[in-house]
Design a protein around this ligand. Structure first.
Ligand SMILES: Nc1ncnc2c1ncn2[C@@H]1O[C@H](COP(=O)(O)OP(=O)(O)OP(=O)(O)O)[C@@H](O)[C@H]1O
Ligand SMILES: [Mg+2]
Length: 353
């Protein structure tokens, strides 16, 4: 189901807008993540989509239908929350079948459906157990199956993996992707974990301060962040950001003067600082001092000092230990300039991978 917001605002207290004028379309059949820091408005946005919360103004459409005034039941969404919220006294089979029981579906039919869904989410060997006898990951699988039982218009998940340990989170996010692809149900997934969002989503909506900072594909968010907030929020390690004045003199040849004049902050991804000009489009050569480098496993990090600023590079592993000072290069990919308001004004052009 396609979901469209037109000029939607939400105020909890009638004074301040918690969500400010949201406009977006979530394509039918997509998996979209709502990503952002705590308090950014993710859950509020999800609750507006589900109908648990009425919009203060604006319109919400499911497909071509205006559902602004319809409640959660009428919108037929399936929901999964952080705390599994399964019924403790019911078996897995009865938990999954519960929404169908509410719809007065016959016992034989709802058990058949519950068993199909249990198979889909890989808990078909747990059907007779109670939730307390399941692991956290299994409980969340059951919660997903239950949300799918009504063949919902949308599957909405609010931080469904945050109670799980790191390894299980990775396994479960892949499972959510698989289940979404097998069912084709349009899925909206809330997380504050960028890694999670980047790995499973078709599109990511970055929400902060009640506004959409950017809504695009994971690759686009990383390669062309539309503002400094997104550049800093997406990517690990965090992008280097330094005042433009620090680099200005080294950029006069590669950046048009009119653009450079507006530059306020430079963003440089750690992989964009390289030891040699490999002929793949360099934006600057900088003279810097190597402070410290570390290598563990496949990861290598090195800190450079350049004009009094510290820059982190992940591309200096091949340097001879004796080299502590010299010229380093900044690649065009992963190099950005932002103006005083934080908007992208240079960088992010399509580039060869
Ligand atoms: N029921 C409520 N009444 C009043 N204010 C609320 C209510 N729920 C949320 N808020 C406020 O709205 C803003 C957005 O909250 P929301 O829960 O949507 O953020 P979130 O992005 O989901 O955060 P988190 O990652 O912590 O779950 C916050 O400032 C929050 O304090
Ligand atoms: Mg939330």
């Amino acid at each position: 189901m396609k979901v469209t917001f037109k000029d939607v605002t939400l105020s909890y207290d009638g004074k301040k807008d918690t969500l400010k004028n949201l406009n977006f379309t979530i394509p039918d059949g997509a998996l979209v993540s709502l990503l952002g820091p705590s308090g950014g408005g993710k859950t509020t946005t999800l609750n507006l989509i589900s109908g648990l919360l009425p919009a203060t103004s604006g319109h919400i459409y499911f497909g071509d239908e205006d559902v602004t005034k319809k409640d959660a039941l009428a919108r037929k969404v399936g929901m999964v929350f952080q705390n599994y919220s399964l019924y403790p006294h019911l078996t897995v089979r009865d938990n999954i079948a519960f929404p169908l029981k509410m719809q007065k579906v016959s016992k034989a039919e709802r058990y058949k459906r519950a068993e199909e869904l249990a198979k889909l989410v890989h808990v078909d060997d747990q059907l007779d157990k109670k939730p307390a006898g399941l692991s956290g990951g299994q409980q969340q699988r059951v919660a997903i199956a239950r949300a799918l039982a009504k063949s919902p218009s949308l599957l909405l998940l609010d931080e469904p993996l945050s109670n799980l340990d790191a390894r299980l989170r990775i396994e479960m996010r892949q499972e959510i992707r698989r289940i979404q692809q097998e069912t084709g149900v349009t899925t909206i997934f809330v997380t504050h974990d960028q890694d999670e969002a980047l790995h499973i989503s078709d599109h990511i909506m970055v929400l902060s301060f009640g506004s959409i900072q950017q809504f695009s594909t994971p690759a686009e968010l990383y390669e062309r962040p539309s503002n400094l907030f997104v550049a800093k929020f997406i990517g690990e390690p965090v992008i280097n950001s330094v005042p433009a004045d620090v680099l200005r003199a080294d950029l006069v040849e590669s950046v048009p003067a009119s653009v450079l004049a507006q530059a306020h902050t430079v963003g440089i991804r750690s992989e964009a600082i390289v030891p040699f000009d490999n002929g793949q489009g360099m934006v600057a050569k900088i003279h810097a001092t190597l402070q410290q480098s570390q290598k563990y496993g496949r990861e290598s990090t090195a800190y450079l000092t350049y004009n009094g600023q510290q820059l982190l590079s992940t591309e200096l592993a091949g340097l001879p230990a004796s080299q502590t000072e010299g010229d380093f290069f900044l690649t065009k990919a992963g190099f950005f300039l932002f103006n005083e308001q934080g908007a992208l004004i240079f960088g992010g052009e399509a580039h060869d991978k």
